[in-house]
Design a protein around this ligand. Structure first.
Ligand code: HEC
Length: 155
């Protein structure tokens, strides 16, 4: 019950966070900082996804407690993406794989963020069921949202 209400709350929060978008970076220094910060979020998302991917592939046993914990973290990290992508760095020479279309197709990018938020919520619910098949399927669902966004918005 506690986690379920968290999932609901997270759903509500995502509506208000992903709609605030795009301030142009004011200097190269600002653009570099903004780039490092958004990349840090993906490093953390990826670090929480690693063991889940291995579980889905059967390389390590499925551990529902770890899945639930990591899914919650990914969910929370996903809620930060809208804010950390708000700064449009496209006119600066920063080391980034982010495509400039992120700031010209903001609605589409926001939808991709929401897909990750809802897939990670679904994974939390699957983890609670402790049903291994459902968990693996839901991990795949999260993975799909990574690839979906990378195809369109990452070099
Ligand atoms: C809403 C779009 C979106 C989603 C969803 C998304 N990514 Fe990304 N990801 C990006 C973009 C854009 C970059 C490039 C950021 C940059 O270099 O400024 C990136 C970069 C990364 C990086 C490199 C970070 C670095 O240090 O440069 C990793 C790792 C990564 N993503 C993993 C993931 C994983 C794992 C998932 C799913 C659990 C995921 N991403 C979901 C858009 C997304």
């Amino acid at each position: 019950m506690k986690i379920l209400s968290k999932v609901l709350l997270v759903g509500l929060v995502s509506i208000s966070t992903t709609s605030v978008f795009a301030d142009v970076a004011q200097s190269e220094k600002h653009a570099i900082k903004a780039t490092e910060l958004r990349q840090s979020i993906f490093s953390l998302i990826s670090s929480n996804m690693g063991s889940l991917g291995a579980m889905a592939k059967g390389q390590i046993p499925v551990d529902a407690t770890v899945v639930e914990k990591n899914a919650l973290r990914i969910n929370q990290l996903s809620l930060m993406l809208g804010d950390y992508f708000k700064t449009d760095t496209s006119s600066f020479n920063v080391t980034t794989d982010a495509k400039n279309s992120i700031w010209t197709e903001q609605d589409k990018f926001a939808t991709n963020i929401e897909n990750l938020t809802s897939a990670s919520s679904a994974l939390m619910v699957a983890a609670q069921s402790k049903d291994e098949g459902a968990i693996k399927k839901a991990i795949g669902g999260v993975g799909k949202t990574c690839g979906g966004c990378h195809d369109d918005f990452r070099d």
